[in-house]
Design a protein around this ligand. Structure first.
Ligand code: CA
Ligand code: CA
Ligand code: CA
Ligand code: CA
Ligand code: CA
Ligand code: CA
Ligand code: CA
Length: 671
């Protein structure tokens, strides 16, 4: 049954808040009522909470899962998919927002509800105050002209004409964003990158937030930094815990890559990241497992320049729910020769370049942890499984052991400041696109373009008329083309630019122009606006070379930069004047992901004074129905790696854009 996970965890008090957004009518007067109240101060309506009989009395199932008087699951088992990849069992993600002309209502279609052979099998009935207002057969959003801020909404799956499970109940936001109060760990801290995972199994995402001190450093800069912290936040503003990474983890974009994913498949997300002596988990305790059992937590391994080039390095898996240390092992690959990671920069620059992600690598369909070190020269990736409370190594790739691919192209110096995860071959597991090279799911080097390092990376179906997916990257090496577009399964080059001898520092590939089939690509310097399909020059190049986001009603993607969303060839669609972007000139959001509502992406920005995060959701109506992007394994992995180094926007495994084909059914199941 759809709600079996919830009922199994009914004893958890946090669940009393878990069935709806903070703005819902679910009672907010439980042990976490302070959090609910502070959310309300941001404008989210909470009225009517005490009048909701279904959600009171500690039985949220009664309110959310079983509408009064009906056997809503009378049609038998609900679909849960039988594909390879284990994905999250999410709730309906229902959101309602007061807009001009009524109330916008949006919600998610689950990936396993989508039948491309017979899409009409599934529809959704929208209810206001217990009465049906519409049935949606080809979209997952609706403008309810008769709705108001006091309305209460639910949505029921209609499968083969039979109404089935009912969603959580919500009341409308009175503004276009959810405000999540946050608390800096000290003066001189900024809220930085985010991630998302369902830590308690209720089907609603929690957010993870990295706090970065103002004295964080790029690896090229010496100097001591203050501690880095990670918080977990419920959408109602409750802070679940705070991890302090301690003095032996340096603050800066290249050091802490925090990966949130349900690695053991128990329905609750974990957090995996590099740790060190001095790290305190979310309960406040120093690490104590594995090699950390003998750690000297008072040790200060920083050298005079603030670099940490000695001392133990760990990989720790933390509970997403409590922040408790679950397992710690020795981080691999270790520093070894500090000067051995490219350019002989032995002062601590190239050795401490870390990337990381979740990826589905083994035959279980569950996620594994990939922790990588080095990309300017020696490049290493180590895959780990966290299962049954244990961390075990799945494989290790080292360009010192495998310097080239079969054609002689190098596996050294190919990495970008991010990485991507996609299925690029015939097996269902995912491969790692490590900049200009691909590592197979089993840890073998698959191929390399040999064009070397770059600062950005975009992997998706950029050329819909061509089978498979494509990868795009600008290159730093002045001896390489300014950019390349290639097949990440073979590393065959599809298009590449002339080389004007410059470092092309920024580049994007995405479908933003409906007049050109498939994706466009553009980059800094003299690179024009180009068709990914033909490499022909198109119209005017966007001034933004940063994130992209699906926001308005059409399938083309929009531009996201700073704290503004802009339509290509049009104007600004959304801007937050009270917000700030992250990472200096990179101007990236805290997080962009399909967190709730329909398939279009939510954007998370911090308020400029770090008092709150704001989660904006679209209220533009769309006729397009697509299952939640979080049920596309490639997109879900991308949310795990979005925070890594120089953040890049997520991309799904299939084409979304003007003239798009219906998406394929995802090869997934949920527990
Ligand atoms: Ca949750
Ligand atoms: Ca888990
Ligand atoms: Ca594969
Ligand atoms: Ca393609
Ligand atoms: Ca296009
Ligand atoms: Ca659009
Ligand atoms: Ca969404």
């Amino acid at each position: 049954m759809s709600f079996s996970i919830r009922s199994r965890h009914l004893s958890l008090p946090a669940l009393a808040l878990g069935f709806a957004f903070a703005c819902s009518s679910t009672p907010q007067d439980g042990p976490d009522g302070g959090g609910g109240g502070s959310t309300a101060s941001g404008g989210a309506a909470t009225g009517g909470s005490s009048e909701d009989p279904g959600a009171t009395g500690g039985s949220p199932i009664g309110g959310a899962g079983a509408p009064s008087g009906g056997d809503s699951n009378g049609g038998g088992e609900l679909p849960r998919g039988d594909g390879f990849h284990r994905m999250e069992k999410l709730d309906r993600g229902l959101v309602a927002v007061v807009v001009d002309g009524g109330v916008y209502v949006g919600f998610r279609m689950h990936g396993y509800e989508y039948d491309p052979e017979n899409p009409g099998r599934v529809a959704y009935a929208v209810y206001r105050d217990g009465a049906q207002v519409t049935t949606l057969e080809s979209s997952t959003n609706y403008l309810d002209a008769d709705g108001s801020a006091d309305s209460r909404y639910t949505v029921r799956l209609v499968l083969d004409g039979v109404e089935r499970d009912e969603s959580e109940e919500v009341t409308p936001w009175t503004q276009e964003y959810l405000r999540i109060p946050i608390e800096p760990p000290g003066a001189n801290y900024q809220a930085n990158d985010g991630s998302a995972g369902d830590v308690d199994g209720d089907g609603q995402y929690e957010l993870f937030l990295k706090w970065e001190p103002n004295n964080a450093k790029d690896n090229s800069q010496s100097g001591h930094t203050d501690d880095v912290y990670i918080d977990a936040l419920k959408l109602d503003g409750t802070r679940l815990w705070r991890i302090n990474l301690g003095r032996n983890i340096r603050a800066g974009a290249h050091y802490t890559q925090f990966i949130v994913y349900d690695f053991d498949g128990d329905g609750k997300a974990e957090l995996a990241m590099k740790t060190a002596p001095g790290t305190r988990d979310g309960t406040g305790a120093f690490l104590s497992k594995g090699p950390a059992a003998t750690a000297n937590h008072d040790a200060d391994y920083r050298n005079d320049g603030g670099y940490i080039l000695t001392g133990p390095e760990y990989l720790t898996v933390f509970s997403g729910e409590t922040g408790e240390e679950l397992a710690t092992t020795t981080f691999e690959v270790g520093r070894e020769n500090v000067s051995g990671w490219g350019n002989d920069e032995g002062y601590g620059n190239r050795v401490d370049r870390f990337l990381a992600t979740a990826a589905h690598l083994d035959d279980t369909g569950l996620g594994s942890i990939v922790m990588a070190r080095g990309y300017y020269g020696r490049s290493t990736l180590t895959a780990w499984n966290f299962r049954d409370g244990e961390l075990t190594q799945l494989w290790k790739f080292d360009s010192n052991q495998t310097p080239t691919d079969a054609s002689g192209n190098r596996f050294t110096g190919q990495g970008a400041h991010s990485l991507s995860v996609a299925n690029v071959d015939d097996d269902p597991q995912q491969e790692i696109i490590y900049g200009a090279m691909t590592i197979d799911h089993d840890g073998k080097g698959l191929c390399s373009t040999n064009y070397g390092h770059g600062d950005a990376l975009h992997v998706t179906d950029l050329i819909p008329s061509r089978p498979g997916i494509e990868a795009f990257m600008p290159h730093e090496n002045t001896a390489s083309p300014d950019w390349t577009l290639w097949d990440p399964g073979t590393c065959e080059i599809i298009h590449k630019s002339p080389n004007d001898g410059t470092d092309t520092g920024r580049g994007v590939a995405a479908d933003i122009d409906p007049d050109n089939p498939g994706a466009e690509m553009w980059a800094s310097g003299g690179v024009p606006f180009l068709s990914a399909t033909t490499a022909q020059t198109l119209g005017s190049k966007p001034s933004q070379i940063n994130f992209v986001i699906w926001w308005d009603g059409d399938e083309s993607r929009e531009l996201e930069d700073g704290t503004t969303i802009t339509k290509y060839g049009g104007g600004s669609l959304l801007t937050c004047g009270q917000c700030a972007s992250n990472n200096g000139t990179k101007s990236t959001p805290t997080l962009s992901a399909d967190l709730f509502g329909d398939w279009r992406e939510e954007i998370v920005w911090r308020e400029s004074n770090n008092a709150a995060l704001r989660v904006y959701t679209t209220t533009h109506l769309t006729q397009r129905r697509i299952y939640t992007l979080m049920h596309d394994p490639q997109y879900r992995a991308a949310i795990s790696w979005q925070n890594v180094a120089y953040n890049q926007p997520p991309h799904p495994s299939f084409h979304i854009g003007a003239g798009m084909a219906d998406p394929p059914a995802p090869d997934i199941h949920v527990r």
